[in-house]
Structures are given as C-alpha cells and as structure tokens.
Design a protein around this ligand. Structure first.
Ligand SMILES: O=C(O)C(=O)C[C@]1(C(=O)O)C=C[C@@H](O)C=C1
Length: 282
C-alpha cells in the first residue's frame, strides 16, 4: 500500500512536526512554509492529510488557521491532536551567555514567553517568523547575537543549544493541532485512544438583533449539548459583522445536530460543519 502524503507546517523542527512525529509513523511527510500553503495543498489534492496548529492554551486560537479554513478552503477537521508545549531559548554555542540582541520566533511562541522576554531581554529586538522551526533555521544561519524560541527538536535539527529551558510564562502549556482532509480517508494514527469526540460548527447570524446569539446557544443548551469553545470572528465584510465558531463536545449524530440545524435555519442562521472528529492527547 502506498503511503499517504501528510503535509504539515514546517520546516523540520516545528511543534507541528513534533505532533506529526508523535501521532503518525507511516506516511510521506511534506513540509510547508506556511499554514495557508499546507491547507491549499490539501484542498488541491496534492496531499491527503494536513496538520496545522489550531489553538494554544496561553495565546488562544491560531486565527490564520480558523480564518483560512472558513474563508478560503473547503476541508474538514478529521482529528485533533493536543500536545504539551515547552518553549526554549535556542542559540549557537558561542551565545550560551552574553547579550542577545535579536530574538526570532512565531508570534504565538513569542506571546507564550512575553514575561520571560520582558524580564530577561527587554532590549532585544523581536522578529516574527512563519514558525518556530523557521526561526531556528534563521538563527543557525546568522552570526550575530541571535536566539530563537522553539523546541528541543528544532535545536537538534539546526545544531542549536538550549540557553534557557521552559521559558513559557504559564505551566500546562498545550497546543491543539487540526488534522484536515478534503475527502475523508482512513487515518493511520499510532496507538492512541481518543479522549473524546468533538464537532466544530460555524454559525452565521442573519443580522445583528437583540438576543440572536442567545437563541443560537439555546438551540444547543436545551438539547444538553455541551459546548467547549465559542469564538466570534469577523466576517471580513465590514465592522460589526461576525460569525461564530463553536466546538461541541460530541460527535455529529442524526438526531440532535439536525435538530439544531433546523432550529437555526428557521431563525435565518446558516450552519456549516467544519468537522466531527476524535480528539487525541499526547
Ligand atoms: O511554529 C511552530 O512550531 C508551530 O508549529 C506553530 C505554533 C502555533 O501556531 O501556535 C504551534 C505551537 C506553539 O504554540 C507555537 C507555534
């Protein structure tokens, strides 16, 4: 059997690649420089499966992922991977001490270490990169007093050393990654049991009126469907226009979900299922 092509936010040494390494042992692994590039490749059928970051416990949603999935591509979430995140300050050997003038990383990683950076490197210039892996790659190429924020794998892949370990500001740092497909295919996930099943829906309200969101939530509430997340995002059609992304703590079924859908349609809302999937914890 030929291996599935599995794309991820790369390059080598990203947290996304760490998640892929932990959950998939079989596949042709293909690195993409950005989240949109990876999602486009899934949509175009270049790869069967894509893995992209979805939400971090400290910094919140990765809006690039949710927005691109709602506005630009038609792909479904087929699994969610929750992974512990440890951020380290990575440097070349000659910068294990002394001043650091430039710090490179992904915006989410920098945000997760804000306090640490403020305390220890208040004068360092921050540079945002497409991923933590890319930051490590850049620092490995540079001669100046530079550091990257990233993981141990990035240090190993790019020959960098850990100058400070665990520099994220809060314990229990985790990131959820979405595994997405265009057409549903079997997923060869290593020996993990799902911790639960979830569904993610996007709800668009007809117009802004009193109690609109309350009515949407009521459709779930009286059916005793537990929601684990609700987020509003701009429609990108003008100030004040939003849609909602709602995570429901259960798999799509043939009774409750169609009931919610019918009720919301009657209210003039539209509902799109972004995926119904097992959730795995590392
Ligand atoms: O840059 C990476 O290594 C990624 O995989 C992206 C990402 C993110 O977008 O949140 C993933 C996990 C960490 O939260 C920091 C960065």
């Amino acid at each position: 059997m030929s291996h599935q092509r599995i794309g991820y936010l790369g390059p080598k040494g990203t947290f996304t690649k760490m998640a892929v390494n932990a959950f998939f042992s079989e596949g042709n692994f293909i690195s993409y420089e950005t989240i949109p590039a990876c999602l486009d490749a899934v949509e175009a059928g270049e790869i069967q499966t894509g893995v992209v970051p979805l939400e971090n416990a400290i910094e919140g949603s990765v809006h690039l992922t949710t927005d691109y999935m709602t506005h630009h591509v038609d792909v479904s979430i087929v699994a969610e991977l929750s992974v512990p995140i440890r951020q380290h300050l990575l440097v070349k050997k000659n910068h294990l001490d002394g001043e650091i003038e430039h710090i490179y990383s992904h915006s989410h990683a920098i945000a997760q270490c804000q306090q640490h950076l403020h305390q220890h490197y208040p004068d360092a210039e921050l540079h945002y990169t497409s991923s933590t892996g890319r930051a490590a790659e850049l620092v490995a190429e540079k001669d100046g007093a530079c550091a990257a924020i990233g993981n141990q794998l990035a240090g190993k892949e790019y020959g960098l050393h850990i100058r400070s370990e665990d520099i994220h500001d809060y314990e229990n740092n985790h990131t959820r990654f979405a595994v997405v497909q265009k057409t549903k295919q079997t997923l060869q996930i290593n020996d993990f049991q799902p911790s639960k099943y979830k569904s993610t829906v996007m709800v668009t309200l007809p117009k802004d009126y009193a109690g609109a969101l309350h009515q949407v939530l009521a459709a779930f509430a009286w059916r005793k469907m537990n929601l684990s997340k609700i987020e509003s995002r701009p429609m990108k059609t003008g100030l004040g226009n939003y849609f909602f992304i709602i995570d429901v703590d259960q798999a799509y079924d043939q009774i409750l979900f169609p009931g919610v859908e019918a009720e919301l349609t009657a209210l003039g809302c539209s509902l799109k299922l972004l995926g119904t999937y097992p959730s795995f914890n590392l």
